[in-house]
Ligand binder design. Structure first.
Ligand SMILES: [Zn+2]
Length: 239
């Protein structure tokens, strides 16, 4: 009995020492890692000096870029026409969007702002992108009619400022909006997801009655902030 008690005390002492060492390692690690946490682009970049910002080293297309710290950024809240891939032809204005994106950001330092949804299914960081002088790249592409709004829940308040910029480009009839107003056709919108479907799309037909919004044209759907369903309108704006 005595022996067992002694053994337990010895174990307790050892256990305490082990716990002490563990907490030292934990807090030491936290202090060590703290500056690294501030390096995560977009999360704490508001206060960062311009010299410490990452730069864009490669432009993949109209809405995706690579940064000097290795981060791949997919612009939040917008979509741009697809460049050629897997033997398909580039969608109209895809090259113009990629060129304009490169003109705006290539070799420049950038600030990022993320929403609640940090990454897309491909692991790319979803972000609003700003030049150090405050110019919003996502908005610039919309202004020029080279992108349209693509909203997801959790995109954050900055994404809500994008639709007025799209509407201004629609009014001007620039880029992808040229000639769209004259095209008619019935579409079904989903007010919850902010997507619109061709009349025959099974996904559109599945939309709950209370979320259904009928549109008399694609123009109306875009004006309302809905983006085309990738399943039924995938080649947009190739149509
Ligand atoms: Zn659809």
């Amino acid at each position: 009995m005595q022996k067992a008690l002694k053994g337990r005390r010895a174990f307790d002492r050892k256990g305490n020492v082990r716990l002490g060492a563990l907490s030292l390692a934990f807090f030491g690690g936290l202090v060590f890692l703290w500056p690294a946490l501030f390096q995560i682009p977009g999360l704490f970049s508001g206060e960062k000096a311009a010299g410490a910002l990452p730069a864009v080293v490669k432009v993949d297309d109209g809405d995706t870029v690579r940064l000097s710290d290795g981060t791949v950024v997919r612009y939040l809240g917008i979509d741009t026409p697809e460049l050629a891939h897997d033997g398909s032809r580039p969608e109209p204005f895809a090259k113009a969007a990629a060129r304009e994106n490169a003109r705006l950001v290539l070799d420049k330092k950038v600030r990022l702002q993320t929403g609640a949804r940090l990454r897309d299914p491909y692991g790319r960081l979803l972000a609003m992108m700003y030049l150090p002088d405050g110019l919003c790249v996502n908005g610039e592409l919309l202004d020029k009619g080279l992108a349209w709004c693509l909203w997801f829940p959790g995109d954050g308040p900055a994404a809500e400022d994008l639709l007025p910029r799209q509407r201004a480009a629609m009014k001007k009839g620039t880029g992808v909006w040229k000639g769209l107003k004259e095209r008619k056709g019935a579409y079904i919108g989903n007010a919850r997801t902010r997507r619109f479907h061709a009349a025959g799309c099974p996904l559109g037909k599945k939309t709950a009655r209370e979320n259904r919004v009928p549109f008399a044209s694609a123009w109306e759907a875009f004006w309302a902030g809905h983006a085309p369903c990738a399943e039924c309108l995938g080649e947009w704006p190739g149509r």
